[in-house]
Design a binder for this molecule. Structure first.
Ligand code: SF4
Length: 226
């Protein structure tokens, strides 16, 4: 197991503590299941990528409405490229930032067709070349659609990882980089699922349940640092 990227800081756990945290998470929280919902339960990589793009700063219910409306119009890069930006924007309006997202969808379809023969890449680097696709989206698609052992970092994972001291990062992308370096290999497959459930059930945003937490003796949330 590699040391955490920010190891050396008193806020960040040692490799041994990190191992203990993941071991306990694996014992207390549900991991990946065959029915785990991806972005967002789409049948092919193209629709997964588009669905993930639409989910940025959008509630699940609004993303679902936008996704459904758009996929009623087209489900392939070629089909979607036939649509005008205005048509795409009107369809995806429920998910917000619809003009920017429509522009990115148009550019993404063009890039896929012209540069990649319409095939969605199965690597992080490849996915992150696509307009509108950042690290979080790339990792979600890698994990859920391509079944890769990747800890995708959303707001719950970001909050929990930094409170515990698995990482010492200000942004979700930096948390993702540090987690990948710090987590034991055996934890990469289910780590996202353990941490997201932990963030929703125990390490809540406003009122973390520290008194009942099985990580309280290790957690750095209340640690005094220099
Ligand atoms: S002790 Fe509190 S802050 Fe730390 S991981 Fe548990 S719930 Fe979160």
């Amino acid at each position: 197991m590699a040391e955490g990227a920010a190891a050396g800081s008193k806020r960040v756990l040692s490799a041994q503590e990190t191992e203990t945290v993941f071991r306990r998470l694996s014992q207390h929280m549900p991991g990946r299941t065959p029915t785990a919902k991806g972005p967002k339960d789409q049948p092919d990589p193209f629709r997964s990528v588009i669905s993930c793009l639409l989910s940025a700063q959008s509630r699940d219910v609004n993303t679902a409405a936008a996704t459904k409306a758009l996929f009623e119009l087209a489900t392939t890069p070629e089909g979607m490229r036939e649509l005008s930006q205005e048509t795409i924007a009107a369809a995806i309006k429920p998910c917000g930032l619809y003009n920017m997202k429509a522009r990115n969808i148009e550019r993404l379809c063009r890039f896929l067709i012209e540069e990649l023969d319409g095939t969605v890449p199965a690597t992080r680097e490849g996915l992150m070349q696509l307009p509108g696709i950042g690290r979080k989206c790339a990792d979600i698609v890698l994990s859920f659609t391509f079944g890769k052992d990747v800890i995708a970092v959303d707001t719950h994972v970001h909050r929990a990882a930094n409170r515990i001291g698995l990482t010492g990062a200000k942004t979700a992308d930096e948390t993702a980089r540090q987690l990948e370096a710090a987590a034991p290999k055996w934890a990469l497959r289910d780590g996202h699922f353990w941490l997201i459930q932990f963030g929703k059930a125990v390490c809540l945003s406003r009122r973390p349940k520290c008194d009942a937490c099985f990580l309280a003796d290790i957690c750095r949330f209340n640690a005094v640092t220099d």
